[in-house]
Design a protein around this ligand. Sequence first.
Ligand code: 4AD
Ligand code: MG
Length: 477
Amino acid sequence: MRHTRIKDLLNSTSILHEVNAKGWVRTFRNNQFIALNDGSTINNIQCVVDFENTPEETLKRITTGAAVSVTGNLVESKGAGQKYEIQVTKLEILGDSDAEKFPMQPKKHSLEFLRENAHLRVRTNAFGAIMRVRSVLSYAVHSYFQQKGFVYVNTPIITGADAEGAGEMFQVTSLPLDNLPKNEEGTIDYKKDFFGKHTNLTVSGQLEGETFAMALGQIYTFGPTFRAENSNTSRHLAEFWMIEPEVAFNDLDANMDLAEDFIQYVIKYVIDKCPDDLKFLEGRLLEEEKSKPQAERSEMALLEKLNFVLENNFKRVSYTEAIDILRDSTPNKKKKFQYIINEWGADLQSEHERYLVEKHFKCPVILFDYPANIKAFYMRLNEDGKTVRAMDILFPGIGEIVGGSQREERFDVLVEKMKALGIDEEELWWYLDTRRFGSAVHSGFGLGFERLVLFVTGMTNIRDVIAFPRTPQNAEF
Ligand code: 4AD
Ligand code: MG
């Protein structure tokens, strides 16, 4: 008999004769009531076992974590909290679970413990909800750009270019590490490497994306990105997913409009599609907040926070204005910031970004026109000669969620900038070609997908919103 998803059974509009459900036992109470979950929804279906006519041996095998198949009528439930339940007539144990050893006991586990069991944590309510929301958000990303006629481009994972110039790359090589071939100068002979050159895992698909935008007009990428930055924070992963739209003829203002509209669309999309999961995550967050001191608690519940982002324009503030605000702020004067802001030109740390968003403006903020020397080489230089047309979007609880810019479309200015930074023109000959042949104003941005999932799910550690996190000293699973 074909099984029906538990979500569909619970959403049934009438009682049904003879249905079959398959899933994993969450709990088994009073030798009679199975709470069964199959991952289709956060809600379990109650299955009432006819314990008098079921062999004792079988009853003993209905343990937390076991995979079972139940057949019976879908009837109105007498119990509270659910409309329907299955009156089981046939029960089959598909896969036993050693109740003593199964790590996901029906009790509260710490997030640290769950991370160590990332292969099983997805069987909990919280992680089931997070991963379903993540999936719907991915779909929303495609839906937004496809509706607007953007072309989805798969930029390469292996590349010779360091788009961000931060040098935080994982090298890709097939050379024997214990016996590296050397050239005449005594350095490693990359001609003998697989690609005949030095290559890395990509830190961004932007540069390749730009070449496509200069032909297809509006494109986006959505793929894995790798950064070997040794920052063990709750917002950094060594492998994360990034969405990078790039649009020909858009200036920075149009770029900001696009980013804001896009973020609001995807958030609205999950609010509409994932009400049960978000409700659960909101409750989880409320519980977690209770253990924090009053001052650190969020003023808004999860859905309120999400709706707030939909209903309010992001505040657009120049870097220069932001520095003035930060310099005069109480935590700066009282030396509460780890990095004190003394002068224009300082790079902003996440403590500063969060102060601006959470304490000062109390809404998402778009900072623009940053000092040229703290931003990547490809950003367009402003008339003042010292700032670039960069924009970062800052979110409450997260800090930077988007980084983007209007690109330097002037060949000469770009080449000069690359020279000053020691970026090899020959290495990026193909990138420079876009400025040689039909160059035009264009802009784009990168949204860190996991940071968006963090915001939407109300989770606080980025390791908890990706299936199997890659972080320094950790590549388990
Ligand atoms: O600000 P970033 O470095 O910008 C770029 O890579 C540009 N090429 C994007 C573009 O203009 N097309 O990274 C973009 C976003 C950040 O705002 C952040 O949300 C996320 O990527 N991000 C990370 N997320 C998780 N772990 C990390 N280590 C991240 N580094 C950046
Ligand atoms: Mg950035």
